[in-house]
Ligand binder design. Structure first.
Ligand SMILES: [Zn+2]
Ligand SMILES: [Zn+2]
Length: 111
């Protein structure tokens, strides 16, 4: 059981490491598009780092691949910015919970 959990964690870290390479590009583009505001793109979330954390939260967000990186060849692939989404850490963890890659729509259920 320990080994199984360890494997899931390793995959998640690898995934996040790949995302870090394009993270700053996506954040810069989103800042220009939204006039300096970064909000989680998960419907019904919309967490705004700047609004909550002020100066500390400025220009911070997680960046998520909408197309799972597990489908990419080991050497990697080109990523378009519209294949990426700005997400908050809570939503990002829920998207990948259990080693999955869930769609943004429906992640937070309607009341
Ligand atoms: Zn992700
Ligand atoms: Zn969120």
């Amino acid at each position: 059981m320990q080994g199984f959990e360890g494997e899931q964690r390793r995959r998640y870290i690898l995934h996040r490491r790949r995302e870090a390479q394009v993270r700053s590009l996506k954040i810069k583009a989103a800042l220009i598009d939204n006039e300096g505001v970064l909000k989680c793109e998960v419907p019904r979330c919309g967490f705004d780092f700047g609004a909550t954390y002020g100066e500390l939260g400025k220009e911070f967000a997680h960046v998520h691949h909408l197309k799972p990186l597990s489908e990419a060849p080991p050497e990697g692939r080109r990523v378009k910015l519209n294949e990426l989404a700005i997400v908050c850490p809570n939503c990002h963890a829920m998207i990948h919970r259990g080693g999955q890659c869930r769609p943004l729509v429906g992640l937070i259920p309607s009341p």
